[in-house]
Design a protein around this ligand. Structure first.
Ligand code: FAD
Length: 464
């Protein structure tokens, strides 16, 4: 591909950039092309590490004029591998991680390559936060554009509900600001419609007073108590206050020092979550979740908010083969419990997990259609995290994940950020029909030729 492009063309691009142009023959290429999900081992023709908006403008223009497939990379945590591409160009925003908090206005502006660890560190310096990821190495960009579910979701809404402005480079090389006052329909689409509309070079979020201490942690139960724990989880979540967000994780005990050795490698159900109200109320509010069955170990207690935001990082390392698949559901009733315990009994390996996130609260009160995010009326989402250490076990893990979500019903809505494949069906499963049609209209206006197609793609009308 680089030969077809010609040295002169590439030389011109390299000259024009402030950032780095990395080609297959360059040292560091293998590092630069790798993404978090080891299942996607692709070989781009070019990787451009952008240092600023000027580099983004030049790279988008270059990809368009040369007709190269274009992958946009924020934090590189895409599960289907959208942030890399064979024989195309990767526009990598990793060097753009500047974050600026405005404590008086309670907003933060963060560049498109920022990770949650960057935003949390800066906002917590002022006792502020916005709903962020459960794993701090995740990029804010893909996360926000798809929706954004985190420990503050029930109190502050989705991350994208807090997005008040965005700077974006569009397919035709314009640099726009989207807000409630300008390009308002574009802002609507960026709040859940994914990376379909351009390269977002910076995000502006509304902030909330959070921490610095929260009451949080995991409690572990034995795998054989799964059904009882699920039933108790259902009761405990009903009527839970907004400041409390909980996740139930059916998994296998890691060989961690905080777990008794006799449980290592055995099935366990972790119930984990965060209370962001007054820390002194945390013990009482979380107690119903900590007495669902005899606990193996209860690690709930006061912790720094930034500690909770990084607590899971080590459990989700780069390089494993990962596939996620999701299904929203309204209640942890008998059918759901049966489906979940059955999937749990058939787990393909010790790395795989079934996550049940409790939603609702502030997220559920945003009117349907107010943003592009598709599903707000369901109180729970199942995210099946299928993983394997190598390519060998991957197909079986993927099959298992598909069966697990399928058991919740063929029509269950999906969440684009918890979707491991690029398939039109799954995209359509993520949006109600009217939202999908409105997204197509925004796509027609800002990217009619589908330059930005390596994503959960909203196809413009012209390509149908
Ligand atoms: P990337 O791979 O860089 O990008 C993902 C998608 O967004 C691609 O389609 C890309 O083209 C597009 N994109 C990226 N940057 C831009 C940009 N600047 N402008 C336009 N488009 C862009 N989701 C949750 O809701 N809650 C969680 O707690 C959560 N935890 C996770 C933990 C792990 C370990 C992982 C791997 C994922 C998790 N996710 C979670 C899913 C996560 O939201 C998505 O994987 C998300 O796409 C990651 O964003 P990224 O910027 O890191 O990814």
């Amino acid at each position: 591909m680089t030969n077809t492009l010609g040295e002169a063309t590439l030389g011109e691009l390299a000259q024009a950039l402030r950032g780095e142009l990395i080609r297959p023959e360059d040292p560091g290429y293998d590092d630069a092309r790798s993404i978090w999900n080891g299942a996607h081992d692709r070989r781009p023709a070019l990787i451009v590490r952008c240092y600023g908006v000027a580099d983004v403008l030049k790279t988008v223009e270059f990809a368009r004029s040369e007709g190269l497939p274009l992958a946009i990379r924020g934090g590189g945590h895409s599960i289907p591998g959208f942030s890399t591409v064979d024989q195309g160009i990767v526009l990598d925003l990793a060097p753009m991680r500047g974050v600026r908090v405005d404590p008086a206005r309670r907003t933060v502006t963060a560049q498109g390559g920022s990770l949650w660890s960057d935003v949390d560190a800066e906002t917590q310096a002022f006792g502020l936060a916005v709903t962020g990821g459960l794993v701090s190495t995740t990029g804010i960009a893909g996360f926000t554009l798809g929706g954004g579910i985190g420990w503050l979701v029930r109190r502050c809404g989705l991350t994208s509900d807090n997005l008040v402005g965005a700077d974006i480079v569009t397919a035709d090389g314009r640099y726009l600001h989207a807000s409630e006052d300008e390009h308002a329909e574009l802002l609507w689409a960026l709040r859940g419609g994914g990376g379909n509309f351009g390269v977002v070079t910076s995000f502006e979020f509304r902030l909330h007073e959070v921490g610095p201490t929260v009451f949080a942690g995991p409690v572990f139960y034995r795998g054989e108590d799964a059904e009882r724990v699920l039933r108790g989880f259902r009761t405990a979540t009903s009527g839970a206050p907004d400041e409390l967000s909980m996740v139930l994780n059916m998994t296998t005990a890691p060989p961690a020092p905080f777990l008794p050795e006799e449980i290592h490698g055995k099935p366990v159900v972790a119930v984990l979550g965060m209370w962001s109200g007054r820390p002194e109320d945390g013990d009482a509010v979380t107690r119903p979740f900590r007495e669902l069955a005899p606990a193996v170990v209860d690690l709930f207690g006061p912790v720094p908010y930034t500690g909770m935001q990084t607590m899971l990082d080590a459990l989700y390392p780069r390089g494993m083969h990962n596939y996620f698949r999701s299904a929203f559901f309204s209640d942890v009733g008998n059918t759901t419990i049966k489906a979940l315990t059955n999937a749990y009994a058939h787990m393909p390996n010790p790395f795989s997990e079934l996550h049940v996130h409790h939603l609702g609260g502030a997220m559920g009160r945003v009117p349907a259609g107010a943003t592009a995010f598709g599903t707000r009326d369901q109180e729970f989402i199942l995210n099946v995290v299928a993983r394997s250490a190598t390519a060998d076990g991957y197909p079986a893990a993927v099959e298992w994940a598909r069966a697990a979500t399928g058991a919740l019903g063929p029509d269950a809505a999906a969440y684009v950020n918890f979707t491991g494949e690029a398939s039109e069906d799954r995209v359509q499963a993520a949006y109600p029909k009217d939202t999908y049609e409105r997204l197509v209209a925004v796509k027609d206006r800002y990217d009619p030729t589908n330059l930005f197609r390596l994503n959960q793609n909203i196809r413009p009308s012209a390509s149908h």
